[in-house]
Design a binder for this molecule. Structure first.
Ligand SMILES: Cc1cc2nc3c(=O)[nH]c(=O)nc-3n(C[C@H](O)[C@H](O)[C@H](O)COP(=O)(O)OP(=O)(O)OC[C@H]3O[C@@H](n4cnc5c(N)ncnc54)[C@H](O)[C@@H]3O)c2cc1C
Length: 425
C-alpha cells in the first residue's frame, strides 16, 4: 500500500468542504488537509448571492438533522462566516394574514452578502485556511474516489492518484452525477426519490413590498409549496447551465449597490416519487428538457396577465406599457401551461393566489413567471454513522449528498463529518 500524501482529502471547496476543513484544522492543527475543486473559485451559493439562514430547518435536510443537532453547530458556522444579521419588521401583520389561509410564515435569522461581495468573503476563508497550512488544488476535476485494499484516495483528471487517510466528498448539486457514479462504483446504496420543481417569480419592489420588512420571507403553503431564495435590491434572474438544458435561479448584489427595483424568488413544490419511478434526477432532467425544447433551447417566461387569460406570452407582451419592466433574464416567451405538469402548476398557482392575499400586488399582470427552477439535491446515500460516513474512510456531505439545502446546512454537515473523522484518525 502507498503511504498517504494527506491525512484528509476534501473534494469541493463549497460551504460543506470549508466547514469540514475549518473544524479539522481548528481541532487538530497538524493534520495535512488537501482541498480540490474543478473551478477557479467555489461555484455554489457562497459565490452567488450568499444569503445565510441561521434558523432550523432552513438549509437543512430534515431526515438527517434534529433541531438540537443543528442548534449545536450553527454557532460554529456563524463564528467563521461572521454574518451581519438583517432586521425584520411587521412580521405579526403578515403572519396573521398567512395563518387565516393555512400558510406559515417562518421567522428566520438571515444575513445577506451579495454576489459583488461574496468573492471577498471566499478569499478571506481561503486565506485563513491557507494560513493554517491547508493546501488547495483548484481547477482540477476529481474523476474517481477509491477505498480498498490498495488504499484510500482520489483520482484527478482520470490519471493522477492522490492518497489520503480519509476522503470527504462534497461536490454540491452540480456534482450530483459524479456522486452517483462514485456510489454506484463503490456499491453504496442510495435513493434519489425527491425533487423540488417550481418557478421563479420576478416583479417590481412595489408589487412585493414585504422584502423591505423581511429580506427573504419563508412562506410554507399547503401542498408542499414554499417560497425560496428571495432576492431584492439589485436583483437578477440568472441561467444555471447543465448539459443539454438550462434552469433558472436568482441572486442579488449587496446593499452597497444601486437597486434596480426588482424582486425575484422561487416557488417550489416538493415531489416525492414512489415505486416504480424513483429517480428525482431523471424526472428533473426530463421536465427541464421538455421546457427547454418548447423554449427553443431556453427556459420559458410568461407574464401573469397572459397566464390568467390562458394565452401565451409573446415578445410584444414584454414591450407594452402595462408590462412596465423588462425581464432581467431574457429567455423564451411562451406558455408555462405547455411545460409544467398540471398538478404542479395548480399547486403553485394556488400558493401564488394565497401570497397575493398576504402581500397584495404579487399577482400584478406584469409579474413574470420563469420555468423551470428545479433543485436536484435528493441523493440519499446509506450512511454508516451520524457523521455521514459511507465507507470505512469515505464521507459524503452537502447538497449533492442530500445532507443540506443551503449554505449554513452544508457548512454544518462539514462539521459533522469532520467530527467523525477526528474520532477515527
Ligand atoms: C445560483 C445559486 C444561488 C444560490 N444562493 C444561495 C443562497 O443565497 N443561500 C443559500 O443558503 N444557498 C444558496 N444556494 C444553494 C447553495 O449553493 C448550496 O446549498 C450550497 O452551496 C451547498 O454547498 P456544497 O458545499 O454542498 O456544494 P457547492 O457549494 O456547490 O460546492 C461544491 C463544489 O464542488 C466542486 N466540485 C463538484 N464536482 C467536483 C469534482 N468532480 N471535482 C472537483 N470539484 C468538484 C464544485 O465546483 C463546487 O465548487 C444557491 C445555489 C445557486 C446555484
Amino acid at each position: 500500500m502507498t503511504s498517504p500524501n494527506f491525512d484528509i482529502i476534501i473534494i469541493g471547496t463549497g460551504p460543506a468542504g470549508l466547514g469540514a476543513a475549518f473544524h479539522l484544522i481548528e481541532h487538530s492543527p497538524s493534520l495535512a488537509v488537501l482541498m480540490i475543486d474543478r473551478e477557479k473559485i467555489c461555484s455554489g451559493g457562497l459565490l452567488n448571492d450568499c444569503k445565510q439562514n441561521y434558523t432550523y430547518p432552513i438549509g437543512f435536510a430534515a431526515e438527517n438533522w434534529t433541531m438540537e443537532e443543528a442548534g449545536r453547530l450553527l454557532p460554529e458556522v456563524e463564528k467563521w462566516l461572521q454574518p451581519v444579521f438583517k432586521e425584520k419588521q411587521n412580521l405579526d401583520v403578515y403572519r396573521r394574514r398567512a395563518e387565516r389561509l393555512g400558510v406559515t410564515l417562518l421567522d428566520v435569522r438571515q444575513a445577506h452578502v451579495g454576489t459583488d461581495r461574496s468573492r471577498a468573503l471566499i478569499q478571506r476563508l481561503r486565506d485563513e485556511l491557507a494560513f493554517r497550512k491547508v493546501q488547495f488544488l483548484m481547477e482540477r476535476e476529481v474523476t474517481d474516489v477509491f477505498d480498498d485494499a490498495g488504499g484510500t484516495g482520489v483520482v484527478i483528471s482520470g490519471t493522477e492518484r492522490v492518497i489520503g487517510r480519509k476522503v470527504i466528498v462534497a461536490p454540491g448539486r452540480k456534482g450530483f452525477s459524479f456522486l452517483q457514479q462514485v456510489m454506484e462504483k463503490m456499491g453504496i446504496a442510495f435513493v434519489d426519490n425527491v425533487v423540488d420543481v417550481g418557478i421563479r417569480v420576478e416583479t417590481t419592489l412595489a408589487n412585493y413590498p414585504i422584502v423591505k420588512d423581511y429580506y427573504d420571507p419563508k412562506f410554507l403553503f399547503p401542498d408542499g409549496v414554499r417560497t425560496f431564495c428571495t432576492n431584492s435590491g439589485h436583483a437578477r434572474v440568472v441561467l444555471e447551465r447543465y448539459q443539454g438544458f438550462s434552469l433558472v435561479n436568482g441572486h442579488a448584489l449587496s446593499e452597497q449597490q444601486a437597486g434596480n427595483n426588482l424582486v425575484n424568488f422561487a416557488l417550489l413544490k416538493t415531489i416525492g416519487l414512489r415505486d416504480p419511478v424513483r429517480s428525482g434526477q431523471q424526472m428533473a432532467v426530463f421536465l427541464a428538457r421538455l421546457a427547454n425544447e418548447i423554449g427553443g433551447g431556453m427556459p420559458l417566461m410568461q407574464r401573469v396577465g397572459d397566464f390568467r387569460m390562458g394565452k401565451r406570452s409573446t415578445a410584444e407582451n414584454f414591450n407594452e406599457d402595462l408590462y412596465a419592466f423588462p425581464p432581467s433574464c431574457h429567455v423564451t416567451t411562451g406558455d408555462l401551461g405547455m411545460a409544467v405538469p398540471a398538478k404542479i402548476m395548480r399547486h403553485i398557482w394556488g400558493a401564488l393566489k394565497k401570497l397575493d392575499t398576504i402581500v397584495p400586488g404579487i399577482l400584478h399582470p406584469s409579474t413574470i413567471m420563469y420555468y423551470p427552477e428545479i433543485k436536484m439535491y435528493a441523493n440519499k446515500p446509506t450512511f454508516l454513522d451520524r457523521h455521514f460516513r459511507v465507507r470505512a474512510n469515505v464521507y459524503m456531505i452537502g447538497d449533492g449528498a442530500g445532507t443540506s439545502r443551503g449554505i449554513t446546512g452544508a457548512w454544518a454537515s462539514g462539521i459533522r463529518a469532520a467530527e467523525g473523522v477526528l474520532k477515527k484518525i
